[in-house]
Unconditional design. Structure first.
Length: 366
């Protein structure tokens, strides 16, 4: 048998397919991957340490910069963690608005995933279609918060303000057009034979490995494990909505793609129910200007973000600033399986694996 020397190929951190500063050191034997070593930290901003020098409300805008592709989700998670710490009751209308914004954020994130995965694999048109449709969600975020990407709409005790009247027709119109959008993605991307060859049977993650590594979110459900915090451990008012949890069977890149595509449709179901059941009333509770949780109190609060389980661990010392804030970032955990799903594959498979794990480096590095 011909013996070849092993060599290293560096993918990133300056690379369009590494999603914002990921560095993968690929050890190769010929054209096959021996190992893929993940290097993080290129966009580290010391967010957790910053939290210790900000009051509880002052830290709210920083949270939307964690997962800037679904910015409502980390903000809502942090606000709910502080509310649990302080025992704050959130108005009903605010709860419904939070669900609507959270699910629109999930759809926007998954649309960006589909488009970026397509262009990573050479299908430029897929990105254009997904960005066209995602733009309508960004317009709705701008209506409600004045910001498109890092909306920072959530507040401790509710949301910053009520939605304008033109939000409702925009939301209904998007939901009405969504089935047509999905049909276009299926015709353009899902049914593409070249794309199927690139991701079917590639980057397979077993259910056992997924559990052992702590993988959550669509990457876990693609392995066939029915675990979604909105169902398994409902928070907010998610127990009031009917929706299905899409599952894969093989745990490969194809399943990770299909699960997210189906989750878009389930998020639309939740939004439609929330719009129909939206109550009147206040959108923000009366919260003290200075929050001082009791010294020694601590809380861990988790939500189902677009990437998986996003958790906040907060420790109070009796002052107006938290003693410690730790973020359980799903992208950081999910990236740890990249080596095991890449070994034995080819160099181009690493690009597909990174794309379908769908990390966001803002929360990985923090």
């Amino acid at each position: 048998m011909l013996q070849t020397d092993q060599y290293t190929v560096n993918i990133g951190p300056q690379h369009p397919s590494t999603h914002g500063g990921l560095h993968v050191e690929a050890l190769m034997d010929g054209e096959f991957v021996v190992d893929a070593i993940v290097h993080l930290g290129y966009v580290h901003r010391s967010v957790e340490k910053i939290a210790e020098s900000r009051t509880y409300p002052q830290f709210v805008p920083y949270t939307s910069r964690l997962d800037y592709l679904a910015s409502h989700l980390p903000t809502i998670g942090y606000c709910q963690a502080v509310e649990k710490l302080m025992g704050i009751e959130v108005p009903e209308r605010a709860e419904y608005l939070r669900v609507i914004m959270a699910e629109f954020s999930r759809i926007a994130s998954h649309l960006l995933f589909i488009g970026s995965m397509a262009i990573d694999l050479g299908a430029t048109t897929g990105l254009i279609y997904c960005f066209r449709d995602r733009e309508r969600i960004m317009d709705m975020f701008e209506m409600t918060s004045g910001q498109r990407l890092v909306a920072s709409y959530g507040r401790i005790g509710g949301v910053s303000e009520d939605v304008p009247e033109n939000f409702y027709p925009a939301a209904r119109s998007f939901l009405q057009d969504l089935p047509k959008m999905i049909d276009e993605y299926n015709g353009l991307i899902t049914g593409n034979e070249i794309l199927q060859c690139r991701i079917k049977g590639v980057g397979t993650l077993s259910a056992e490995d997924a559990i052992a590594y702590g993988v959550t979110g669509p990457n876990l459900r693609a392995c066939g494990i029915d675990y979604d915090l909105r169902k398994a451990d409902p928070y907010g008012i998610y127990d009031r909505f009917e929706f299905d949890v899409p599952l894969g069977s093989q745990g490969d890149s194809w399943d990770r793609y299909i699960v997210r595509l189906e989750e878009i449709q389930q998020s639309a179901r939740i939004i439609e129910q929330a719009l129909d059941a939206m109550p009147e009333g206040e959108v923000r509770a009366k919260v003290p200007r200075v929050l001082k949780p009791e010294a020694g109190k601590e809380v861990y609060y988790r939500i189902e973000s677009s990437k998986g389980e996003l958790g906040y661990y907060i420790v109070a010392d009796g002052g107006e600033k938290p003693y410690r804030v730790h973020v359980r970032a799903p992208s950081f955990v999910n990236l740890m399986v990249l080596p095991i799903i890449s070994r034995g594959g080819k160099l181009q498979d690493i690009i597909a694996n990174i794309a379908t794990l769908d990390p966001v480096l803002g929360e990985s590095d923090r």
